[in-house]
Design a protein around this ligand. Sequence first.
Ligand code: K7E
Ligand code: CA
Length: 428
Amino acid sequence: MGIPSMRELMRIPVFNQEGATGWGITNESRRVLGDSVKFLNGDTHHPHISMTDGSYDGKYLFINDKANTRVARIRLDIMKTDKITTIPNVQAIHGLRLQKVPHTKYVFANAEFPIPHHDDDIVNDGRGMENPEGYYTMFNGIDAESMEVAWQVIVDGNLDNTDADYTGRFVASTCYNSEKGMTLQDTMRAERDWVVVFDVEAIEAAVEAGEFKTLGDSEVPVVDGRKGSKLTRYIPVPKNPHGLNTSPDGKYFIANGKLSPTCSIIAIDKLPELFDDAIEPRDTVVGEPELGLGPLHTTFDGRGNAYTTLFIDSQIAKWNIEDAISAYNGEEVNYLRQKLDVHYQPGHNHASLTETKDADGKWLVVLSKFSKDRFLPVGPLRPENDQLIDISGEEMKLVHDGPAFAEPHDCILGARRPDQPQEGLGPR
Ligand code: K7E
Ligand code: CA
């Protein structure tokens, strides 16, 4: 889609069959789909553009399929899907982000749901639910060029969303099921779950040193990152955290509380000390601003402000990160800058170039998941609503409502020519 026109320019089939281009029907596309030809559906959530030195390089876009546990790659020079990989030994690839620095060597992908690995024998048919100790899930590193799975890391709890830092060493993921609950109620019992931080260099070293096992027919090295491992650290945060977003200055991981009205700000420069056991996990949390009901995802303008979707309140909360840290330290300062109503139930929001060090604070797109009264009532399923917000000034201004087919999930805003200097390009 074009920004700011919000007009659709191209539609790229990935996991589905599509009549217009014959995707999934022609021999050429079936060759790309490979083993995936047997699936007729997908559930895409998270599109992310490859990076070099913390800037989009415009080479690839990667996207997950939660329904059938896959990761796909789209070549951005021709806007076509060129590789699809099914991730073994896990179920439901959800959170997906890319290594930012020095370049996108890895695609990081969270498998959301713990599955039974009793005696390393995966029989995922619902048996053994009364004995969840045998269940686990894994964090996955996929080689971005070959699209082979490089390694998998066993974790405690489950994995939801993820993001990487600007040093290349750390990746953080939210876990909402630290309880290892087998029912919805059980996943909401604890007041805090956690963010798990992965040390990519330590994982690579463990694989190199042969400290891994393999599972079933798969040859993918599997390392153990459960509590007590040198590969991970677990930072308690409130409650059923969802989105995980790295600030474009490289300073913070921000975990969005979902069932807590807060976001937790984790200082990335404290993580080396945490891995050295010089500080406690909660010592890395430097702020926990209260924002409103149902914080899901946060995006940034590159001027020190964060924009968090409030799913229940149907609002975007704009807040200042350094002021939120001051407030956490006891100073009387109002970190909230503005709340803007959006229509309705926003999941992701995304500002221009926000996942890179080039975040330019021009545009923000919010994907409102349950539109009720914005367009002609063609119900029972109404069009959803992609909203465009101008964030270039002090105040957020809603400038466009655009109907979208269910269910708009996530987006990414890049420059039309990422290989050229970013300055002076105007809106993109
Ligand atoms: Cu928030 Cu799948 Cu992106 Cu849904 S995750 S919103
Ligand atoms: Ca929980």
